[in-house]
Design a protein around this ligand. Structure first.
Ligand code: SF4
Length: 97
């Protein structure tokens, strides 16, 4: 997702195919949303919360979160997980393994 592009396109068609999200994106609740909502600035917890609210009603939330964790997405809100949330999950997985 290019920051500032509008409307939000979760298929990220501009990306190389190997890192592009799968066909589940056609059911994404965030389609057409303002992309700035899903790529908030550092410390912008209000915007993170607004994005998470959309994610929590999304039917492909688990696929989205799995994609982000599998592909090491560093930026944005994916599957209801913020950048900090994903770092915590990755840290926990390393600790458990
Ligand atoms: S979980 Fe959130 S970011 Fe992922 S597709 Fe659904 S609405 Fe979009």
């Amino acid at each position: 997702m290019m920051r500032g592009a509008y409307p939000y396109d979760p298929t990220m068609a501009y990306r190389p195919a190997r890192t592009r999200p799968g066909p589940w994106t056609q059911h994404a609740k965030c389609v057409g949303s303002n992309p700035d909502l899903f790529y908030p600035g550092r410390g912008d917890n209000r915007t993170v919360h607004a994005a998470k609210t959309i994610c929590h009603a999304c039917p492909v939330r688990s696929e989205c979160a799995d994609h982000a964790l599998t592909n090491g997405e560093k930026y944005g809100v994916w599957g209801g997980l913020s950048e900090l949330d994903r770092r915590r999950v990755r840290g926990h997985k390393r600790w458990v393994a």
